[in-house]
Write a protein that binds this ligand. Sequence first.
Ligand SMILES: [Zn+2]
Length: 533
Amino acid sequence: MWTSQASMTGVEDNDATAPQPAIKTCKGPAGTIRIYSFEVEPCGKMSFEDVMRLGQQRGFFFKAAETYPNSPAGFWDYGPLGVSMRNKLVELWRRMLVKRDGMVELDGAQILPRQVFEASGHLSGFTDPFVKCANCGSVFRPDKLVEEKTGEQIPEKLTDGEYDRLMAEKGVKCPKCGSKLSGTKRFNMMFRVGIGEQDEEGFLRPETCQSIFVDSPLMFKTQRIKLPVAFAQVGKSFRNEIAPRQGLLRLRELNQAEVEVFFNPGKLEDHRFQTQLGTRLNFSFPDGSEKTVTAGEAVESGALPNVLTGHYLSLLVQFYEAAGLEPSNLRLRALSEKDRAFYAVAAYDLEAKTSLGWTELVACNYRGDYDMSRHQQVSGSDFRVDDGGEKVLPHIFEMSMGVDRTVYAIIESSTVAESDRRVLRVRPYLAPQQVGVFPLVNKEGQPEKALSIQRSLLSSFDSFYDGGGSIGRRYARADEVGVPCCLTVDYDTAKDDTVTLRERDSKAQTRVKVGDLEAKLRGLLSFPTIPST
Ligand SMILES: [Zn+2]
């Protein structure tokens, strides 16, 4: 199945025109390569282009409607391997955050009426700045143009006048034709849709959390829950970006996994908020300073506003570490007052170090009671919650994860170059295909035996059969898409009903009884046991 996927994209293995990653030999000292540990420093680092090309060649993702030449940018389809890996990542998120914390999950509609976005502020404020070329009509973001021209990072929240001044100062012209550009204008990034025959105005949601806010009175009424409680949602959001150019990192249709913690700021003595405060967090502050402290120390020093944020950021960082990102490549960037949304009491971007620099994966915002008070005001409904006899408008702490960006970061950071191949050393429980079953030769009943073993494993593991090419070539193909375990049926299988189990990271080969495979593989491939909070 690998080859058919590769040829579907029109990109072959040996695409000589494609840029090649820098491949260096990378061998750890004998004995230090433990299975699924990451002790070997990745070398021959993957670039953004390498990851996007490998992802398309191997069926992780494709440009949507690629067959049609003028399909718009910013839309990507997940192929079989991408779907499998994304599902496992979401399952890990459910285990490490949703289930572990007793969160309540819901799944809201993607199209919502205008009033929801009047209340949320998106109708008036969810805009991107743009400038237009007077000659060729091309449209650009002024901040990106200045960044490209000067190499300087431009703050996200400048006024239109500030952009205009900056553009004039740096002498920015249309990069396509060199003509003069218009002054900065604003474009609302929500996709508008017409509902029903009356063409009633609705919008594709630009973030999943609005369903949570709007549904919350019903949730408190129908579920036996009380403050503090976290709601979680996985789903699609839609943002009509002006010029999406960064593959999975900037999409017009994106996957989010959001957590919204509802709480009474006057009552934070819940025992569970104390349990994870020993977790170490890397902070980066607006003044440029950096500090690694425990969550508890961050609360004490005022770097975090309260124990609740310390607790949830700890769970979040633990999730990313379990997903295989190195702690040293993760940081919480505290946003300055100028950079955060006007209603946010505090805001942190969880960022991962990638080949493109520090990349935001999760936006974490302490939103105060902004959402509840706005929806209460616009809808006229009561959004207060009974908290031990006291009616309170809940405060909200949000952790909004970009699933697609996280998939990207995992693929980039876990791909290492070995002497003759690239190996996707993704955690085994996130591997899109977990077990490959091969016949050593395509005769003497070995293919039939291998197929019957593969089928018997299908209900427990993502397994596949591969009988094409030399056994070494099959291992290399499996390594490249992160298959943690390969089983080979050989001449001895017919005699003693054993197969060779070959592990991706250690390259160790052991004989295993066919009858013991299920238990053996379960031990190697299961999700980690999550400590309770
Ligand atoms: Zn132009």
